[in-house]
Design a protein around this ligand. Structure first.
Ligand SMILES: [Zn+2]
Length: 70
């Protein structure tokens, strides 16, 4: 049995309820009226399904997920 010791992750994907297999620090900027071109750093957990999902999409899905948890 090939028991590869990867970083054990107990996080769930930020976009859904699957187990995360990847964690990355993402940097994105968003222009807003209050803050000019604010640069933000966020840590995103992704499951296999969302590995290719971009940071903006992930944030959108994450907020939908938060709403659904209420
Ligand atoms: Zn996911």
């Amino acid at each position: 049995m090939n028991n590869r010791k990867m970083k054990e992750m107990n996080h769930e994907c930020d976009a859904c309820f699957n187990k995360a297999v990847d964690v990355r620090t993402e940097i994105f900027s968003y222009p807003s009226e209050n803050e000019n071109n604010a640069i933000r750093k966020i840590i995103l957990y992704r499951c296999e399904q969302h590995l290719d999902t971009n940071v903006h999409e992930m944030r959108k899905l994450a907020s939908i997920k938060r709403e659904s948890k209420k």
